[in-house]
Design a protein around this ligand. Structure first.
Ligand code: SAM
Ligand code: SF4
Length: 469
């Protein structure tokens, strides 16, 4: 049965977005440079300014765009990079999304919903790798209710072992719930609730979602509003790039962000921009209607970084290791690593086969290999969960972030969590490279923080865990 959406407004004004893009067409160089110079102040961009950057066709301006994005990323986030893993709880799904391997019509996929015991096995496998932040992912099946989703989250938090550590932040990517349903997730302490609109273009949305509750555009469009109404302060939005015109999708994402900000005083905590990847028996995933090449994808990331400087940008292992590295430089602040997209794949080799995953993964390296690579590239991995655990979320987080707080707290906390990783989980070569990185980074902490950071790093070496500021 479809939920009642008769009262819900479509705040995505397609005509207005198209007009904005049209007015911004053929921008002159001076105007673009002026916008890039304003963007460097890290105060964000208007829809009109973003549209102008989207309409640039002069390849010479691309380098200017990337340089501005690099500067803003550096000024706000430094070289820190947050790491997480997705964990699929179920691939049972009643929807018919033409691009997804979990589509209800895919009879070749073995459906699996993890039992509490199976959840514990996967969590332990992830903990043994060193993960502290998970994104739980669920198909949308009528039998899978909010109470059950909340129980699965609780099972993850409860899976603590002396040997392998614990998961400290559980984010959730599940189908839209009612406000009452979201309250249940809020009560078990989820971090971010994530839901991608896939496409904000209603006609395209209708044509790619053939059946099931997901066919209801407005129900999904208001999912993050309902989550916030239920008290979940961190929400994550996204679009699936390849379904429709990317310029439209970016302006629509920003319109969505503005609507949340107007109504709740705070925009999204994160934005994701998955690109369509091949998926079992999903023809559309092999032939995207609006394919995005790598250069355009880079421009998308850079423009988002300038448009919403304080919003986390998330990149998954759908992208190759080489491209991922480039995207880190110009805007991405969180990445997944060592990912599997089939329930149970972390602990049971039977489910760890490429052909059964939700979509193809391009970056197949282990967490340790990814860490080693990003450290060599000059980044600092972080598993920090301090803000969420100290209630620095939503509006409060944004407010602090805008006052240079990231350098004061996030850098020290990255170092402390990285030290734990090196002590407990790293391979010998990663450990060596990581120790050098930490020693160098301590000098980049604000002077007044250095001694406390040094003493806590030592305490971690001596066996204490979970220290944060
Ligand atoms: N079932 C829930 C939903 O649809 O919102 C959540 C889980 S779904 C597996 C998570 C996301 O995977 C979707 O929102 C979609 O953007 C993405 N996805 C689906 N098929 C994909 C594909 N072939 N390539 C890349 N991403 C895909
Ligand atoms: Fe189901 Fe989500 Fe895949 Fe659609 S994208 S088929 S809702 S799992």
């Amino acid at each position: 049965m479809q939920p009642d959406t008769s009262e819900l407004e479509n705040f995505i004004n397609e005509q207005a977005i198209n007009n904005t893009l049209e007015h911004a067409a053929n921008p002159d160089r001076a105007n673009v440079l002026e916008i890039l110079s304003k963007a460097r102040e890290a105060k964000g961009l208007t829809l009109e300014e973003t549209a102008t950057l989207l309409q640039v066709t002069d390849p010479e301006l691309d380098e200017e765009l990337f340089a501005a994005a690099r500067d803003v990323k550096n000024a706000i986030y430094g070289n820190r990079l947050v790491l997480f893993a997705p964990m699929y709880i179920t691939n049972e799904c009643g929807n018919s999304c033409l691009y997804c391997g979990f589509n209800v019509t895919n009879k070749d996929l073995t459906r699996r919903t993890l039992s509490p015991e199976e959840i514990r096995s996967d969590v332990i496998a992830l903990e043994e790798q060193g993960h502290k932040r998970l994104l739980l992912v669920y198909g949308e099946h009528p039998k899978l209710k909010a109470d059950w989703i909340a129980e699965t989250v609780q099972t993850v938090y409860d899976t603590v072992s002396e040997k392998s550590g614990e998961i400290r932040r559980v984010n959730v990517n599940c189908a839209p719930l009612s406000v009452e349903g979201f309250r249940k997730l809020q009560e078990v302490g989820i971090g971010t609730y994530q839901c991608f609109q896939e496409t904000y273009h209603e006609k395209t949305y209708d044509s790619v979602h053939k059946g099931g509750v997901k066919k209801n555009f407005l129900w999904r469009l208001h999912a993050l509003h309902r989550a916030m109404e239920a008290g979940i302060e961190d929400v994550g939005m996204g679009a699936l790039f390849g379904l429709y015109d990317y310029k439209f999708e970016i302006l629509a994402l920003l319109t969505h962000a503005q609507d949340l900000e107007n109504k709740f005083g705070v925009g999204p905590h994160t934005i994701s921009f998955p690109r369509l990847e091949p998926a079992l028996n999903a023809d559309m995933a092999y032939n995207p209607p609006c394919p995005i090449d790598d250069m355009t994808f880079k421009r998308i990331v850079a423009i988002l970084r300038l448009a919403v400087p304080y919003t986390g940008l998330i990149l998954s292992t759908r992208e190759s290791a080489v491209l991922r590295r480039e995207l880190l430089d110009i805007g991405v602040s969180q990445i997944s690593a060592g990912s599997r997209t089939y329930p149970g794949a972390y602990s049971d080799p039977e489910y760890d086969r490429p052909e059964v995953q939700q979509f193809c993964i391009s970056d197949n390296r282990s967490l340790d290999e990814v860490i080693r690579d990003i450290v060599d590239a000059g980044y600092l991995p972080s598993w920090c969960t301090a803000c969420y655990r100290l209630g620095r979320t939503g509006e409060h987080f944004m407010d602090l972030a805008k006052r240079g707080f990231i350098q004061q707290y996030c850098l020290p906390n990255s170092l402390l969590t990285f030290q734990e990783y090196l002590e407990d989980y790293a391979s010998e070569s990663t450990r060596k490279a990581g120790k050098v990185c930490i020693t160098n980074e301590v000098d980049n902490c604000p002077v007044e923080r250095r001694s406390v950071v040094e003493s806590r790093l030592k305490r971690i070496e001596q066996g204490e865990r979970d220290l944060y500021l």
